[in-house]
Design a protein around this ligand. Structure first.
Ligand code: GLU
Length: 471
């Protein structure tokens, strides 16, 4: 049977790291098995809906190069993957459960439920509905339905345990006495997450339900719904929690930030994919760098682990610096341009920009750091007091004076010729190593340590080098 998985976000804001991890694992599994991935928008909670959330989600996935086989696409009018457009389907299905006695209407109002909740909580008992409405007669129900708002609840069977198998957790078993008669249809007629999720997973032919561990406690209810309908269960795979380095639940401050924010901070899509793939999954060996295509081959459910996955911001930065060095230069240049433009730096000379990016990419961890780390190529650097001392030392002054005259009088085309001149002068006045290179680099670059002189000359050009030597 063909594998079919889904990513089923509620459109309540931007795509976060946790959501990306779920989407990515599903995507990788679909690609690995030659199956399909569905994007389904779970927008049944009218109060939590956020304007443009779906557009933002689609745009984030596009930047990350993740594509869904079914579901809403940009500018696509298809509505069958929005739960809010499928109300008649849920209505038809809830009726089946009412008819079979597996679901019942409940007319209890908010204040009664609140009092009940408080009573149970004070008694330290499991918080669940006391089934007052389960005993209403058909006539009572009919009369009430005409005048009072109501919800539909599922009737948890009077048996000991619900058991199911989870690929990561293995055998899971929950006492029925701990499960509440979950509301399936709310008083506004919309289904709850639990009901719509199960009905859709079945109707859409989902074979594997892969999602965050926070959904594990809901799964027994879902398993029961499958049973009520007489449907086959999908395979369950609950992904480990994402944790801060101190093993607390991942917080916004530590890393549970929107994917869009990471991109804006200059993390590369390749980094985010690679980093997130390792949150809860590990490859056969200790290898760490994987492209999306490589992950599609390597991924396997067997290598998802149970224990929480720690989000380490330092590792993310390290990985980004690796990608900055490994990706083709043109790609890094192209991705850097918006950051240079944001900093009002001139990007019109593409050949020069490409040299600048090449010289700078080994010195930064994100694209956002690029303009600051390369500003000395755009404007004459401000030289610190210590560094001024270095270039004002008598032997440095002699060196720089000679260098300036030599360049002015020569016809050097490029950095190699420049370096040759530097070496010749060094020999002439017996300077080498640091005492030769540091004053020159400081005069034209602002710092004694930095890129090779050949590269510096190639970026700045003869005119600018003379200008800086003069200053
Ligand atoms: N709509 C749920 C969410 O927002 C989906 C959970 C699931 O995958 O079952 O995460």
């Amino acid at each position: 049977m063909e594998t079919k998985v889904r990513f089923a976000p509620s459109p309540t804001g931007f795509l976060h790291v946790g959501g990306l991890r779920t989407a990515l694992f599903n995507y990788l599994y679909a690609r690995k098995t030659g199956g399909k991935i569905v994007l389904r928008i779970e927008d049944t909670d009218q109060a939590r809906k956020v304007e443009n959330a779906v557009e933002n989600l689609l745009s984030s996935f596009e930047k990350l190069d993740i594509h869904f086989d079914e579901g809403p696409h940009k500018n696509d009018g298809s509505v069958q993957h929005f739960q809010s457009q499928r109300l008649s389907i849920y209505k038809e299905h809830i009726q089946k459960l009412i008819d079979s006695g597996d679901a019942y209407p409940c007319f209890c109002d908010g204040s009664r439920l609140e009092t009940l909740r408080k009573k149970l909580s004070d008694a330290k008992a499991t918080i669940k509905y006391d089934r007052k409405c389960l005993n209403l007669s058909a006539e009572e129900i009919q009369a009430k339905q005409e005048t009072e708002p109501f919800v539909i609840r599922m009737k948890i069977p009077n048996e000991e345990k619900v058991k199911f198998y989870d690929v990561v957790r293995e055998k899971v078993s929950i006492n029925c006495s701990e499960i509440d008669d979950q509301v399936l249809i709310k008083s506004d007629g919309f289904p709850t997450y639990h009901f719509a999720n199960v009905v859709d997973d079945h109707l859409m032919g989902i074979t594997h339900v892969m999602r965050g561990e926070e959904w594990l406690p809901s799964t027994p209810k879902h398993v029961l719904l499958y049973r009520f309908f007489g449907w086959n269960l999908p395979k369950y795979i609950h992904l480990p929690l994402l944790l801060n380095p101190d093993r607390s639940k991942l917080s916004k401050r530590q890393g549970d930030v929107a994917v869009e924010d990471y991109l804006e901070k200059g993390f590369l899509p390749e980094t985010l994919i690679n980093f997130v793939a390792l949150l809860g999954w590990h490859p056969k060996d200790d290898r760490e760098m994987f492209s999306l295509k490589e992950l599609e081959n390597e991924f396997s459910l067997k290598r998802i682990h149970k224990s929480g996955a720690v989000f380490d911001l330092e590792k993310l930065k390290w990985m980004n610096s690796q990608y900055l060095m490994q990706l083709p230069l043109e790609t890094v240049v192209e991705r850097s341009i918006p950051f240079f433009e944001n900093a009002n730096l001139d990007t019109s000379d593409k050949a020069k920009l490409s040299l600048i990016v090449d010289a700078t990419r080994q010195r930064v961890q994100t694209l956002a750091e690029m303009p600051e780390a390369s500003k000395m190529y755009f404007t004459v650097p401000v030289i610190s007091v210590d560094n001024k001392e270095l270039i004002n030392a008598p032997q440095s002054r002699e060196l720089l004076q000679k260098l300036k005259e030599n360049i002015e009088n020569s016809n050097i085309p490029d950095g190699d010729g420049f370096k040759q001149i530097v070496m010749n002068i060094g020999k002439e006045i017996s300077l080498s190593g640091k005492s030769l290179f540091f004053p020159i680099r400081t005069a034209i670059y602002g710092e004694p340590k930095g890129p090779d002189l050949v590269l510096l000359f190639n970026i700045l050009g003869k005119k600018e080098v003379i200008n800086r030597l003069n200053q």
